[in-house]
Design a protein around this ligand. Structure first.
Ligand code: PLP
Length: 451
């Protein structure tokens, strides 16, 4: 007689409480192994987090060593060596002008800190009238209320709209959908960037705090890369009107796109720059906000107190892990591997999906790639949102032993579908082939299942 043991009901409020999740048991480089021994190749690093894979020896050792010394000391009383060393690393490698770091526990905290710091900066200067943030539709900046307010992802924010601060939104740089057929890339970038200037002028520059943007949009639209010149014009507009530029590199930063910071490829820097995911590679929860000395000095010469803080900020163990992650990336030239494997992934995606009837666009940089699914390649009509093709792809991919990050962003108020790929920086050509083969099968299965 076979005894069926009922599976234990989870007491966790999961994101999708009714979904059955496999139990992650152990890591092996780019693979996650569940408690049944099934192997999944992690082609999205979760959500662009696990840039070193799941079993890095150096990072594991750094965590153990730090815990053996001291796991945590509250930052009202102490600083710690790993926190100081991590701040040094970030500042020494950061784009021009970002001379200080503020260490937190994740991406939303980094963005939240940036919004508050930007507002406090102007208060210290006696410019209390500044209250507006301008951001972009088709963006995501985190799930805490401030970060959610500046984000443009309607699906994530709609039901909370009445309790969110008012934020202004302009168009994203989304050439696949918005560039006109008779317009050059350069002209398109300038036209879209100039929307920011028009919005600043209509709000009155003296009322605006900052423009917030992801240099490469991640979760909302499946990797939107900017056209050349767009961010240079954005930087110019911010400077001309005296507002701050906050760049959110929580997803696209820390080497993901083939340079340590994505904004380096646009030849711009920020007044405040947020990073997270790849910083600690998932080994510990950590994020950071980098800030200019102009802002730092205004606070230290003014009130001398940043009116913000979290219990776990600059957490010693998290900082030790992040430092080891970054040293591992540097010592093994993994950003070179991001560039090389990125090219292999690009060509494999193009040869596999370049003529697929339901794939409209393949875009990305480094090991950060997005595939936009459409009902019709010629008209670019999005797939019917009711079909939930992105969810079906996720399920089919998990069955194949592939982790990818499909999403349904909003395109002109309609739901679009995309898949985001962000594999670990340690992958080789065999992994690229495995990812693309499994993805092709998952997409075809999902499209058949969705009719
Ligand atoms: N900003 C961007 C660009 C993100 O992609 C995310 C998460 O996906 C966040 C902020 C929020 O980060 P976290 O989920 O660590 O709070």
């Amino acid at each position: 007689m076979v005894v069926v043991v009922p599976s234990k009901k989870s007491r966790i409020l999961h994101r999708q409480p009714n979904a059955e999740l496999p139990m992650a048991f152990m890591g092996d480089g780019p693979y996650i192994i569940d408690d049944n021994g099934k192997r999944y190749i992690d082609a999205s690093g979760g959500a662009a987090v696990s840039c070193l894979g799941h079993s890095n020896t150096r990072v594991r050792q750094a965590i153990k060593d730090q815990v053996d010394n001291i796991a945590f000391a509250h930052t009202s009383f102490f600083t710690s060596k790993p926190a100081e060393d991590l701040a040094d690393f970030l500042v020494e490698h950061s784009p021009q002008g970002l001379d200080y770091a503020y260490l937190v526990s994740g991406g939303s905290e980094a963005v939240e800190s940036a919004l508050k710091l930007a507002r406090q900066y102007f208060i210290e200067l006696g410019q209390d009238s500044r209250k507006y943030f301008i951001a972009r539709r088709q963006s995501y900046h985190g799930n805490t209320l401030g970060a959610l307010a500046v984000g443009g992802n309607l699906w994530r924010k709609q039901q909370f709209a009445p309790i969110l601060v008012d934020t202004e939104h302009v168009s994203p740089c989304y050439a696949y959908r918005d560039q006109k057929s008779d317009e050059s890339e350069l002209d398109y970038g300038l036209r879209i960037a100039n929307e920011l200037e028009q919005r600043i002028e209509s709000l009155g520059a003296k009322n605006v705090i900052a423009f917030v943007a992801e240099p490469i949009v991640g979760a909302t639209s499946g990797v939107l890369t900017p056209v050349p010149g767009y961010f240079k014009r954005i930087r110019e507009i911010c400077d001309q009107h005296g507002i701050l530029l906050i760049l959110d590199e929580v997803m696209c930063g820390m080497g993901r796109t083939g340079s340590l910071f994505a904004c380096e490829q646009e030849q711009v820097s920020a007044d405040i720059l947020c990073v997270a995911k790849g910083l600690g590679a998932g080994y510990q929860a950590i994020g950071a906000m980098l800030l200019s000395d102009k802002i730092y000095n205004t606070i230290t010469d003014g009130s001398g107190f940043f009116q913000h803080g979290h219990t776990y900020q600059a957490h010693a163990t998290a900082c030790a892990a992040a430092l080891a992650v970054q040293q591992e990336i540097q010592d093994n030239n993994l950003i070179d591997n991001v560039q090389n494997m990125g090219l292999k992934l690009q060509s494999a995606l193009l040869s596999q999906f370049g003529n697929h009837p339901n794939i409209g666009d393949i875009r990305g940089r480094g090991l950060f790639w997005g595939i936009e699914l459409v009902a019709d390649r010629v008209t670019k009509k999005p797939l019917d949102p009711k079909l939930k093709v992105h969810s079906a792809i996720k399920t089919a991919a998990m069955n194949e032993g592939l982790i990818c990050y499909p999403g349904g962003g909003t395109i002109d108020g309609k739901q679009g579908n995309h898949i985001l790929l962000a594999p670990p920086f340690i992958i080789n050509e065999k992994h690229v082939t495995e990812i693309v083969d499994k993805l092709a099968r998952a997409i075809d299965t999902a499209l058949v299942n969705c009719g």
